[in-house]
Design a protein around this ligand. Structure first.
Ligand code: FUC
Length: 726
């Protein structure tokens, strides 16, 4: 297989901007590192994904996951909507919120600094090889050749840095952290950073093991003298455990002791490369054999200013696809929390959106590219995390909805069972978000057919969520529909009943749950109750200007046609809103398809209406639209979206930005390419449903299909010349 390498001729700057735009990421799910490749003082910024402030703490003895008793408010709002009184519903909506206190956020851990003082640097190169998951730096300085390699081992739970030089060299290692009250100890064998967070007493520890053929001297840091080969092995853990309600587990020192007792430094690199290759090369996608010598930032610049050759464009489009798979694999591995908004990388105390779990599109999108790539292990953290929400989510279901069975959560979540709505209704209310993410979980079964995992990790959450809706839906006799109430389309428009976003998601949840219940022979009465309601959910309808209606009341909005935009604005809708929540039936669900041509046409009208640049212009919105266009079999527009994402939403290190950096757009890009290459609804498989004119030739291997199958194919001049399903 081709080697996919991000490469650069200069170090990243030692600043937050350098961290975000230029430093290169490695990770093993739980641990993350950004490598700067500096030659004076090298900086290795590291994270451990469970290092979160917030949640239960001594200062918050009554921590309840943000929940408030708000069933009375819900009833009043439901009554108002029952009487078509949207005004009152709107007035009362801010009662349907949670409290912010204890929400917390993902914390940066620290930095390893290596004082090298190399000058007269020549032949500088740094990069990240995706096949091997190794970041490297190499250069000459004063007639000595230096090389460094960094990789995050999944099997050995650590990040390894190998430093070598052609002649003996000396340097000083220091560890620094902004965590208040942390202790740093230096000795001959290791450097230890430990403490507990001020906010919630979460214990943390980082241990950096030192091994060198030089001499070690401990002073203000650790000096390595006259060494040609040095290996640093970084282990880190916290006492976080995803166990409700304490969210605490084993002491981090014990965890690290155990990890070190199994650690094999001599074979770690070989095993790491083997595992990384197996993972990465399971599935391949090639548009060109060409591999340019130019650096990635230059290639990106050429793409942006339209001076890239055809082959260079194809090369970058392929590389960005591969990178989306790399990033999810680096930030989601069994035993870790799932990838958060920034995967597993964060260098500042207050990252945007606390670098949390956003469930009204973002977390879903991070996992849209795993299954076709065969990255099944990578999905396990998501299954575990969502399953863990059942207990705190049952409290939310009770306190806001008076629902006795089942669970729910809303737009944003933390590792501490924060399942309540956000502290502002206008972005924070989204009970259907909990059902939408279950599609990403159920897909695990659809692809692998693994009934044990379905039973142990997926079904109970699906059933509980479906039970929540069975109790919570209202029957609207005028519409002859079961509706969610109140419902809100992320993150704009009026408060109504039964909007398309919620109806579509609930409908899909019910269909999936019926199917899963039948697969596992669960109780017949439960299946029947779902079937009865499911047929009356009616998610999709076409509106007066030929669109998929986002709100069922749209046609009643008064005003002349030519003032449509203004009328919509008066109802709180944003023109070109970045979310396309009413089109979930097209992607990721399959309810709008070639057998429903009217809905396909209406979906096109709605999608075009959203425009290329969604409000705030985040990368994820373009990836989403590319997926949607691919399902419309419109390769030209799907391509336009992914190429706009490359041109406008990638930093030099190819991280997608909102801004700031958000990993969803990277994974969403790969998902969009998967959709452009193959349509697979579980029944029909169509190869090249949305191939753009820019991709006349190509080759794909190991494309995982639903039903535990794989597909290889090749095309020339837009025609498939070989295909094999196995
Ligand atoms: C959703 C989006 C925002 C952002 C945030 C993390 O709320 O609407 O654009 O991506 O998640």
């Amino acid at each position: 297989m081709k080697r996919y390498v991000l490469k650069y001729g200069m170090p990243a700057q030692d600043s937050h901007a350098g961290w975000e735009k230029n430093a290169l990421p490695i990770g093993n799910g739980a641990l993350g590192m950004k490598v700067f490749g500096l030659t004076t003082t090298e900086r290795l910024q590291f994270n451990e994904k469970s290092l979160w402030k917030g949640g239960p703490a001594k200062s918050r003895p009554d921590y309840m996951g943000g929940n408030l008793d708000r069933y009375d408010s819900l009833k009043k709002i439901q009554e108002a909507l029952e009487n078509n009184d949207e005004k009152t519903a709107k007035k009362l909506r801010q009662q349907l919120v949670g409290i912010k206190d204890g929400y917390g956020g993902f914390m940066p851990f620290g930095n390893v600094y290596i004082e090298l003082n190399h000058n007269n640097v020549e032949n500088y190169e740094r990069g990240l090889c995706l096949n091997d998951s190794i970041s490297y730096v190499s250069y000459d300085s004063n007639n000595i050749h230096y090389e460094r390699k960094h990789f995050a081992s999944i099997e050995d739970n650590c990040i390894v840095s190998v430093l070598s030089s052609s002649s003996p060299a000396s340097f000083l290692i220091k560890v620094k952290s902004d965590l208040k009250g942390s202790i740093i100890e230096y000795n001959q064998e290791k450097i230890v950073l430990k403490g507990s967070l001020e906010d919630n007493e979460l214990k943390y520890e980082m241990r950096l093991l030192l091994s060198t053929d030089g001499e070690i001297k401990v002073a203000d840091g650790v000096s390595i003298l006259n060494a040609k080969n040095t290996t640093l092995s970084l282990f880190a853990a916290t006492d976080y455990a995803n166990v409700y309600p304490s969210y605490r587990g084993e002491d981090p020192s014990q965890i690290i002791d155990r990890q070190i007792s199994k650690y094999d430094k001599n074979t770690v690199e070989e095993r790491h490369v083997k595992k990384s290759k197996e993972n990465f090369e399971k599935q391949t996608f090639e548009l060109t054999e060409y591999q340019s010598e130019i650096n990635t930032d230059v290639l990106l610049q050429k793409y942006k200013n339209k001076s890239a050759s055809n082959d260079e464009k194809l090369e970058l489009e392929e590389l960005v696809f591969a990178y989306g798979k790399y990033l999810i694999a680096a930030s989601s591995q069994p035993g870790s929390l799932p990838a958060n908004l920034q995967g597993v990388w964060n260098d500042i105390e207050d990252p945007a959106w606390e670098s949390d779990y956003h469930l009204n599109v973002n977390l879903q999108m991070c996992y849209w590219n795993v299954y076709q790539a065969g990255l099944f292990d990578e999905a396990i953290p998501l299954l575990d995390y969502i399953s863990s929400m059942q207990k705190p989510g049952a409290v939310t279901a009770k306190m806001y909805h008076n629902v006795s069975k089942g669970w729910v959560c809303h737009t944003q979540n933390t590792p501490f069972g924060w399942t309540c709505p956000g502290w502002d209704f206008d972005w924070g209310w989204s009970p259907a978000a909990s059902s939408w993410i279950l599609q990403d979980c159920y897909n695990y079964y659809l692809y692998t057919q693994d009934k044990d995992v379905l039973k142990e990790k997926i079904y109970s959450a699906m059933k509980g969520n479906a039970q929540f809706w069975l109790e919570n839906l209202k029957y609207d006799s005028k519409l002859d529909r079961y509706v969610s109430s109140p419902s809100y389309s992320p993150e704009h428009g009026p408060i109504t009943k039964g909007n398309t976003y919620e109806q579509e998601i609930i409908y899909s949840l019910f269909k999936n749950t019926i199917e899963a219940a039948k697969t596992l022979n669960d109780d017949v009465a439960f299946i029947e109750s779902l079937e009865n309601v499911c047929s009356k959910l009616k998610p999709l309808s076409v509106g007066s200007w030929g669109q998929i209606k986002e709100w069922i009341t749209e046609d009643e909005w008064k005003g002349p046609k030519f003032l449509r935009r203004l009328v919509y604005k008066l109802h709180g809708c944003q023109y070109h809103h970045r979310h396309a929540s009413h089109l979930l039936g097209l992607y990721p669900y399959y309810d709008i398809n070639s057998k429903t041509p009217d809905l396909m046409q209406a979906a096109r009208v709605s999608l075009e209406d959203r425009g290329e640049h969604g409000s705030l212009n985040p990368g994820w919105s373009k990836a989403n639209k590319a997926c949607l266009y691919a399902r419309l079999k419109d390769g030209a527009n799907a391509y336009k979206m992914i190429s706009s994402l490359i041109s406008e939403n990638l930093y030099d290190n190819l991280w997608d930005f909102h801004p700031p950096y958000q990993m969803d757009g990277n994974c969403g890009y790969s998902a969009a390419v998967f959709e452009m290459l193959v349509y697979d609804d579980g029944q029909d498989v169509k190869i090249l449903p949305a191939i753009p004119k820019e991709w006349p030739n190509g080759k794909v291997t190991g494309y995982h299909l639903k039903g535990n199958k794989k597909l290889d194919f090749e095309w020339k001049d837009y025609k498939i010349i070989s295909q094999k399903i196995y």
